[in-house]
Design a protein. Structure first.
Length: 280
């Protein structure tokens, strides 16, 4: 039961002799006993298909670094874990979801870019990732130029592989697959030499139990990807509150704990937690 409504009802009873009409028009504005400024739940967009970051498990639970970050932030905003409604945030839909109000915030490997900031606001960043390569554990690719003459995989619709070809390995052969799993299978069987995307995403796949020992990250910093928490454009209070939660998460050691638990098994050499507002 909403504690605020109980309190409001009690106040009505006490004030009935003065103004029954005023007490009979209670609404959900103001503070509430259930946290979150009067809301009973918070809706958060995450990825459902990225191990180590945002993954919907077979039993219906959710795991990953972004999930841990979002859960921590929600708690700081006044919501318990069972008050969180998770929604899948497909990359192409993220801005629309925020604009329509389908979600209150999004933590889904959401890189802060000038183009996106025209449509939504970002709290953070809370993670600095880099474009990298995932290769077989026994491979000797150590620099981008080593990809000349080799085959590089990326997911359909991504520009990651083309960026490598355009900037550092013009003789690389490009291959597209519908998903990361298909690229991983091709790298594992030797038909493709490397998979490219954000190193955090690659680390999540490498850390999966079924993939341990099969792959490694090449350790190339091919781009900077500043992950932020997306909120509706103009919601300055939400942005400020999330920034404060992220700062606390770093200072109390939770950020590093979340990183170690989710991406540590891949020996991911992650950057220190970025400072709020520091975009590299």
């Amino acid at each position: 039961m909403n504690l605020r409504k109980v309190s409001a009802a009690a106040a009505c009873a006490l004030a009935l002799s003065v103004t029954a009409a005023a007490c009979g028009s209670d609404d959900d504005s103001g503070d509430s006993g259930d946290g979150g400024g009067g809301k009973d739940s918070i809706t958060i967009g995450i990825k459902f298909d990225q191990p180590g970051l945002g993954l919907k498990e077979p039993d219906g639970s959710y795991s990953g670094f972004d999930v841990d970050v979002a859960t921590y932030v929600a708690k700081e905003l006044g919501f318990s874990e069972d008050q969180i409604e998770w929604k899948e945030a497909i990359s192409a839909d993220r801005e629309t979801m925020l604009e329509r109000g389908d979600v209150d915030m999004i933590a889904a490997t959401y890189s802060i870019t000038d183009e996106r900031e025209q449509k939504v606001d970002f709290a953070g960043p809370y993670l600095l990732a880099h474009q990298d390569l995932l290769i077989r554990a026994d491979d000797d690719i150590t620099k981008g130029e080593d990809l000349n003459g080799k085959t590089l995989c990326s997911v359909t619709g991504s520009t990651s592989a083309q960026n490598v070809k355009d900037t550092i390995a013009p003789k690389a052969q490009l291959a597209e697959r519908p998903g990361y799993s298909e690229c991983l299978d091709a790298v594992a069987n030797g038909s493709i030499d490397a998979l490219t995307t954000d190193d955090s995403i690659l680390a999540g796949y490498a850390a999966q139990e079924a993939n341990k020992g099969k792959f490694k990250l090449a350790g190339l910093n091919l781009s900077n990807e500043n992950y932020g928490v997306g909120v509706k454009k103009g919601d300055e209070k939400m942005k400020t509150d999330i920034d404060a939660a992220l700062e606390k998460m770093v200072s109390d050691g939770s950020w590093e704990k979340f990183m170690d638990a989710n991406l540590g098994p891949a020996n991911y050499d992650f950057e220190p937690a970025p400072k709020i507002g520091d975009i590299k």
